[in-house]
Write a protein that binds this ligand. Sequence first.
Ligand code: PMT
Length: 216
Amino acid sequence: MNILVTAGPTREPIDPVRFIGNRSSGKMGYEIAAAFAREGHTVLLVSGPTSLDVPDGVDFLPVETAGEMHEAVSTHIGRMQVAVFAAAVADYMPSKVAKEKIKKSAEALTLELVRAPDILGTCRSKHGFAGTLVGFAAETENLIANAREKLTRKQCDLIIANDVSKPGIGFESDQNEVTLVYPDRIEQLPLASKHDLAHQLVRAILMLHTEKSATH
Ligand code: PMT
């Protein structure tokens, strides 16, 4: 099968040397891409900037901004059977990018931010994606309720809910602990290395895809 995975952070430029970013290392998404490839699938990994090596047997499309990630996903989503969105994408980006490095002058500087494209949220509505759609939810409160709201609003088959307020899991860590939020049930997975967890996630996603294909 053709599988799309997004991973890593996005960088939204402020001027030629500064950007708005986040703490995603890309580890979770890269492990998922590697696990799908090990299962014999054709994987396209669309990734923001990370320091990780591209996993063996994975096609790689590096991007920097939410706009670039959106364009890459829009180009390739049509031929995918499964898409997994592990990237930490900016929700807001500067309304304009300064051409020259911003000089230190006034005591305060106000940046105007505008909404960045919701890449996962447009897969069904804009691109008519009919395959198995899996998102993550990185939450610091009301984990399951917020994940369930994203499941519905972004028309996903599964949301992998990540409590990023807990120390030692989530962003940058080598370990993670997540809850699978399906339309009709939830399943809590135990703390595990991102490597081992990715294997479990891939199993769950492939099972979901088989069930979905059988009913369509
Ligand atoms: O990269 P690591 O250091 O290994 O950390 C892993 C992780 C914590 C980044 C990962 O497990 C995770 O939770 N990824 C989702 C981070 C996130 O941005 O979540 P969100 O709740 O803001 O977004 C919900 C979903 O919509 C996500 O699938 C996200 O990829 C997607 N999204 C969000 C905003 C946007 N503009 N476009 C999107 O596609």
